[in-house]
Design a binder for this molecule. Structure first.
Ligand code: NI
Length: 194
């Protein structure tokens, strides 16, 4: 519509219902990509023997990795359970630890599990229309506690934040969220090692 030279801005679509973009490709994490993330290994292997469902997907928009830029996108976690643990994201620290993140929930019902290297744990329950502020230095994991709806959020964090998945993949979170008597419940991670 407007013919402007030297365009530096971008325009991207995200469907507010599905969270998906028509113009970009998502990064998809299927169950087979999440080995070691769910604590119940037998339940994980049993689920994987029946299929390889998509657990979550998210977008990386490729913005510059500078502190003045803003990395953003949507993340969609599909409903399901592995044993008594809900579908969730792998979770990560930011490589630049002193960076925060904003999660604006577009749909569904979730928990944000957060913990810092010192062992302080934060949990926020959120629904469509609510924003979770993930403080600096906190690893974060989105957990879909709905039986049948995807958990959809728009996230934004500093461009240089980066993703440190390795710490969580090797040590896990100190706490886990599992279903007990039909309710999400925080327990100590039996596999967590200092
Ligand atoms: Ni993050």
């Amino acid at each position: 519509m407007f013919n402007v030279a030297n365009v530096k801005s971008t325009l991207v679509d995200f469907d507010p219902i599905s969270g998906l973009s028509k113009s970009r490709s998502s990064i998809r994490r299927k169950l087979s990509n999440m080995k070691g993330i769910f604590y119940d290994k037998a339940a994980y292997d049993a689920a994987l023997s029946k299929g390889d469902p998509l657990v979550y997907e998210f977008y990386e928009m490729g913005v510059p990795h500078s502190s003045g830029d803003v990395a953003y996108g949507t993340t969609i976690t599909y409903p399901g359970k592995i044993g008594d643990e809900y579908h969730m994201t792998k979770g990560h620290f930011h490589t630049a630890l002193d960076t925060a993140e904003v999660y604006f929930c577009l749909g569904g019902h979730g928990l944000m599990l957060m913990e810092n290297p010192e062992g302080d744990v934060e949990v926020q329950e959120f629904r469509k229309g609510q924003v979770v502020y993930v403080p600096c230095r906190y690893a974060h994991r989105g957990i879909n506690i709905s039986v049948d709806r995807p958990l959809i959020a728009f996230f934004a964090c500093p461009g240089h934040a980066g993703h440190d998945y390795g710490t969580i993949e090797t040590k896990g979170f100190r706490k886990l969220v599992v279903e007990r008597n039909g309710k999400p419940t925080l327990i100590d991670n039996p596999r967590w090692t200092r």
